[in-house]
Write a protein of this length. Sequence first.
Length: 246
Amino acid sequence: MKHSGRLTKLFARWAVLTFSLALLLFLVAGTTRLPSLRNFLATLSAFQLATMLAIDPELVEERSSTFGTKGASVRVFASLSFVATLVVAAFEVGRLHSLPSVPAQARQASLLLFAMALGLQMWAMVVNPFFSPEIRLQSERGHQLVAGGPYRMVRHPGYLAMLVAVPASALAIGSWLALAPAATFCLTILKRVGMEEEFLLRNLAGYSEYVKKVRGRLLPRMEFRPHPRRNQSPRSASIPAERNQP
């Protein structure tokens, strides 16, 4: 019964979010007859539902709760920049038309890139039960280092996904102009990454060792180590045996 109630609450939250965002963007665009906008909303909505169903229920509650104090202003600004990206994109393709339209193939490629980024973020959230919007140690949940899944390649795969997804969303909808608020979003997230990295180094056990092992903060860093040279034999050893004989 409790599980059924949780699912009902989850679907209701997903439906409200989906309807609210779709209503906002269609009103801004002035029409619903924009295939690129409809495709974007369908992709975003599908991944939102899949993520809500896949991640820890306590994490769902944490992500929907009120903002805490650590990093709250950065989170608010990032959220506003993301919404601004979508609003500007919808307004540009629906009403303004100030710049040439993004080519259809580029829109499709951007939508695919957007979906891949959301997939990476969902993977990170499934692997990491402490994937919280707040910069804090979740002591009540036994917060510990997570180094599996995408965290084997980069230290902040969720933020990497965001940095790809938001600019891709602007192009998927069809707007070059929306890359401006998308750039603001990316700069905000980069600031957030620095704040979180500093906090984890100071407070999370084992994180400093993890940094030494996984050197890429947002992009994988491959270390190329030269093969050790074999010990060369003395010069006389390279002389054919028959020449050493009297």
